[in-house]
Design a protein around this ligand. Structure first.
Ligand SMILES: Cc1cc2nc3c(=O)[nH]c(=O)nc-3n(C[C@H](O)[C@H](O)[C@H](O)COP(=O)(O)OP(=O)(O)OC[C@H]3O[C@@H](n4cnc5c(N)ncnc54)[C@H](O)[C@@H]3O)c2cc1C
Length: 432
C-alpha cells in the first residue's frame, strides 16, 4: 500500500513543533549565535532549559533513537517530518536533543557500548548535558580510512594512543571523543582498526588549533586538529570489539547522513519561501519579479527539486524503519547524500540571485547556505565516493550479455517477436 498522508494526531504534534521553532527557537540563532555546542551555564541556561523542558513534555526529546536504545521509538519517518521543521534553525536540533554529531555518536554507544559506557556517556548525552566528538579524519587522509595511521598499542591493562586527527568537530567543547585508530597493522584495515571512547581531558589530548569555515571569525572555528600524544586509556575504553571500527563507522554514518538530509529539506524550504516572498514583493521594469519568466523558472525548478529530494528522503527513512538494517538501505542513503548538496546549493543560489545585492550580504542567510552545501559535499564523505557506492550497488542487479549485442538489440528482438506472432502477422498480410 502507498500512502503519502501524515497521521492526523502526529500532524498536530508537527504543527506545534513548527510554531514553537519559528517563535521560540529561531530567535536563539541570533541571540546566541555559534554557541549551540558550548555547555550551558548562567543566563544562557536560564533561557534554554525551559525550552528543552517543553520539548520533553511534548514527548519530542531525542526522537532519533529507538525505544530499545533509550529514545522515543518514533522511527526515521516520523523523525524526518520533525527534522525538516528543525532544519530551519541552528539551535533547533539542540533544543530537541537530536543534533549532529551527537545523534550518530549516541547511536553507536547505544548499539556497541557496555553497560558502564552507556551509563557514563550515553545517559548524559541523551540528557543533553554534554557534547561529544567523532575523531576519525586525519590530516593526510579522509575519504580513504584504510590510510589512517593513528595507532593504539596495548600496554598491560591499558592502550596508548599516538597520532593526529583533523576536522574533529566540536572537540573543544566535547566531554569525550570517539577515536578511530589502528590496533593491528598486520591485518587488513577492515579488521585492524578499533574505536575508543576518550575523555577530552585525558592527558596527552592536545588540540593544536580549531579550524573555522570560510566566513567565520578566527576565534569561531570548531573543527579541531588534535595531537594524540601518548594518550593512555584503560582497556574498558574500547567501544565494541577490537577490530570492529569499520562496522561501527557504517552504523554511525548511515544514520548521520540521513538526518542531515532531513534537516536540509527544512533549510532549502526556507530559501524557497524567501525567494517566493521576494518575487511577489519586488517591482522592476513595470512588473513584479514573480511576473518575469526567468524568476518563475527559478521558482518552478526549486519547487520541483525540493519535492523530488523530499520524497527521496522520506522514502529512504521509511526503508530504514522497514528493514531496520542500514546495510540494506546503503544505496539509497548514499544517493540521498549525493543529491543533498546540489539541492541546497541550487535553491539557495537562486534565492540569493532574486534578492539582488541584498542576497549576498550578511543580512540574509543565503551565502551561509551555499557554504553549508559545499560542506555537505565533504562532511561524512565526499560526493564522489558516495556516487561510487551508488553505482556499485546499482550494478549488482545487472549481468553482462553473453554475446556482443545488447539484450535490447532491436534486430534480434524483432526476429523473436516475428517468430512469436508469426501466425498473426501472416494473417494480417493476407487480409491486405
Ligand atoms: C564541516 C566539516 C565537518 C567535519 N567533521 C568531521 C568530524 O567531526 N570528524 C571527522 O572525523 N571528520 C570530519 N570531517 C571530515 C570529512 O569527513 C572529510 O573531509 C571527508 O571524509 C573527506 O576527506 P578529506 O577532506 O581528507 O579529503 P580527501 O580524502 O583528500 O579527498 C579530497 C577530494 O578528492 C576526491 N576524492 C577522494 N576520494 C575519491 C574517490 N574514491 N573517487 C573520486 N574522487 C575522490 C574528492 O573530490 C574529494 O573531495 C568534516 C568535514 C567538514 C568539511
Amino acid at each position: 500500500m502507498w500512502d503519502f498522508e501524515t497521521d492526523p494526531e502526529y500532524q498536530k504534534v508537527l504543527d506545534w513543533a513548527d510554531e514553537f521553532v519559528r517563535e521560540e527557537v529561531e530567535p536563539l540563532d541570533l541571540a546566541f549565535p555559534h554557541q549551540q555546542f558550548v555547555p550551558l551555564e548562567g543566563k544562557r541556561r536560564e533561557a534554554i532549559d525551559p525550552l528543552k523542558e517543553e520539548v520533553r513534555r511534548r514527548g519530542l526529546w531525542a526522537t532519533h533513537l529507538g525505544a530499545d536504545l533509550g529514545g522515543q521509538g518514533y522511527g526515521q519517518l516520523k523523525l524526518a517530518l520533525l527534522n525538516e521543521i528543525l532544519g530551519r534553525s541552528q539551535w533547533a536540533p539542540i533544543i530537541f536533543g537530536c543534533q549532529a554529531p551527537d545523534t550518530g555518536n549516541a547511536e553507536i554507544i547505544a548499539h556497541y557500548g557496555t553497560e558502564e559506557q552507556k551509563q557514563r556517556y550515553l545517559r548524559p548525552l541523551l540528557d543533553g548535558e554534554l557534547f561529544s566528538c567523532y575523531s576519525m579524519t586525519e590530516p593526510h587522509a579522509g575519504a580513504d580510512p584504510t590510510m589512517f595511521t593513528t595507532r593504539a598499542v596495548r600496554d598491560g591493562d591499558d592502550w596508548v594512543i599516538n597520532g593526529w586527527k583533523f576536522f574533529s568537530s566540536n572537540a573543544a567543547t566535547a566531554s569525550f571523543l570517539i577515536v578511530m585508530v589502528v590496533t593491528n597493522p598486520d591485518v587488513s584495515a577492515y579488521q585492524g582498526m578499533s574505536m575508543f571512547l576518550v575523555p577530552t581531558d585525558t592527558p596527552g589530548v592536545k588540540i593544536e588549533r580549531n579550524v573555522g569555515l570560510y566566513g567565520e571569525r578566527a576565534d569561531q572555528g570548531s573543527h579541531a586538529l588534535i595531537h594524540y600524544d601518548n594518550v593512555r586509556v584503560p582497556a574498558e575504553a574500547l567501544l565494541g570489539g577490537e577490530g570492529q571500527a569499520f562496522a561501527i563507522a557504517q552504523t554511525r554514518l548511515g544514520g548521520g547522513r540521513i538526518h542531515h538530509a532531513m534537516r536540509t529539506i527544512g533549510l532549502s524550504r526556507k530559501a524557497l519561501d524567501m525567494m517566493c516572498e521576494r518575487a511577489l514583493s519586488r517591482q522592476t521594469q513595470g512588473s513584479r519579479l514573480s511576473d518575469k519568466q526567468f524568476v518563475q523558472g527559478y521558482i518552478a525548478d526549486s519547487y520541483a527539486q525540493l519535492l523530488q529530494f523530499r520524497l527521496m528522503v522520506l522514502y529512504t527513512a521509511w526503508e530504514i524503519d522497514k528493514y531496520n538494517d542500514y546495510k540494506k538501505v546503503r544505496k539509497d542513503i548514499a544517493a540521498v547524500k549525493v543529491v543533498m548538496p546540489t539541492v541546497l546549493h541550487d535553491i539557495a543560489w537562486r534565492a540569493m540571485q532574486v534578492h539582488g545585492a541584498l542576497g549576498v550580504t550578511n543580512e540574509v542567510p543565503f551565502l551561509g547556505m551555499v557554504t553549508g552545501a559545499a560542506v555537505m559535499g565533504l562532511a561524512d564523505g565526499p560526493t564522489e565516493v558516495h556516487k561510487t557506492t551508488v553505482a556499485k550497488q546499482v550494478l549488482r542487479d545487472y549481468r553482462p550479455t553473453d554475446g556482443i549485442w545488447p539484450s535490447e538489440w532491436i534486430p534480434a528482438k524483432r526476429e523473436a517477436a516475428q517468430a512469436k506472432y508469426a501466425d498473426f502477422i501472416e494473417h494480417e498480410v493476407g487480409n491486405l
